[in-house]
Design a protein around this ligand. Structure first.
Ligand SMILES: Cc1ncc(COP(=O)(O)O)c(C=O)c1O
Length: 349
């Protein structure tokens, strides 16, 4: 174990809770309230979500994790004989232990290729072209799911999401968005939350909050009446309806109110910009252009071992590749010190 002070670049999940959100939980801890979401804080949250995402019928379902949000939303959007098309690197496809297939009663996931870890209309069209439509032997494509930012830190523009949504709609598929780090994408794009979701044809999305400063909540936001009817039962059966839901709702209220979520993400993104700029001056190979708060770099195994000894905390991805993730807690000093350690690890004396 290294004796030098650690620098946290493993995951935004490793960060703490934003003080404003902790204060909001504390402030909500007075008196009693109806359970299971029938409380006034959850009602206020619904109003705020409708305002932020500019949709008068939006429903919000707080859940414990991004995996719960994704898998339960997708299971409500896809029949058991259906398939969900997503990028082959998508979290729902490779990192959720088959949760969507389990809650979806056997729904099939199809991972598609696509440059920059994103889906592109050509590959989606190809998947459509190789489907036996209305054939009982073949899972019927029912949902298209995009992740923004992607698991490799690249982002879709609203126009790209819209184009995929239109293509999906042309074959009767609905559009889902995994927004585990949506705030980081919005800050990077400089667009409104509605432009990336409501106006881009998204029907249901996962709204991440824990990675960006909440204590214990993400949410499903749905504009889809058919999915809503199912979600209320599916969430209950999956144990995702918290009895004291007001303490989840108040986190999301504080998160979305006055743009706190964007300010937190801005810090994380700025730290990543400085980090990636510094790595470029050190000639480090990046797997993709980091557009939000995550990067993957190929530095080779010996350098990885030296970085571990230097007390840098990061995930090893195999093949000499590492992952750095910044959070709202990452300081400029953290970035500068991380870069000094990378420089030493790349050219040891
Ligand atoms: C893109 C993406 N989606 C979903 C999730 C799932 O979130 P959780 O770990 O809270 O289940 C993650 C977690 O890292 C993620 O990176």
């Amino acid at each position: 174990m290294s004796s030098v002070s650690p620098i946290e670049l493993r995951s935004d999940n490793c960060a703490g809770v934003a003080p404003q959100i902790l204060a909001a939980i504390e402030a909500a801890n007075t008196g009693s309230a109806l359970a299971y979401g029938a409380d006034s804080v959850t009602a206020q949250l619904t109003e705020l979500v409708r305002e932020v995402f500019q949709h008068t019928e939006a429903k919000v379902f707080p859940v414990l994790s991004g995996t719960a949000a994704n898998s339960l939303a997708l299971s409500a959007m896809c029949p058991p004989w259906g398939s969900i098309l997503c990028h082959e690197s998508a979290h729902i496809f490779v990192n959720e232990a088959g949760a969507t297939s389990m809650f979806g009663g056997g729904a099939v996931m199809r991972g598609l290729l696509g440059e920059n870890y994103k889906l592109h209309p050509e590959q989606v069209q190809q998947a459509f072209d190789t489907t036996l439509w209305d054939d009982a032997h073949c899972s019927q494509p029912s949902v298209l799911s995009v992740t923004c930012p992607t698991d490799f830190g690249t982002i879709y523009t609203p126009a790209e999401v819209s184009a995929l949504g239109a293509l999906a709609a042309s074959r009767g598929l609905r559009l889902h968005l995994d927004g585990a780090r949506m705030a980081n994408a919005l800050v990077a794009l400089g667009c409104t939350a509605a432009e990336l979701t409501t106006h881009a044809g998204v029907h249901v999305f996962s709204l991440g909050a824990t990675k960006n400063g909440a204590l214990s909540t993400d949410a499903i936001v749905s504009f889809d009446a058919e999915a809503n009817d199912q979600l209320m039962y599916r969430l209950k059966r999956a144990g995702q309806v918290a009895s004291k839901m007001r303490f989840q709702s108040v986190q999301l209220l504080a998160y979305l109110a006055d743009g706190l979520w964007l300010r937190l993400a801005q810090r994380a993104n700025e730290a990543m910009s400085a980090l990636s700029a510094g790595l470029r001056t050190l000639d480090v190979e990046l797997l993709a252009e980091p557009q939000a708060n995550m990067l993957f770099a190929r530095v080779g195994q010996p350098a990885i071992e030296r970085l571990v000894a230097e007390g840098l905390l990061f995930y090893e991805m195999g093949g000499g590749v590492l992952r750095f993730v910044t959070s709202f807690q990452t300081t400029d000093d953290d970035v500068q010190e991380a870069l000094r350690r990378v420089e030493r690890a790349l050219s040891p004396r």
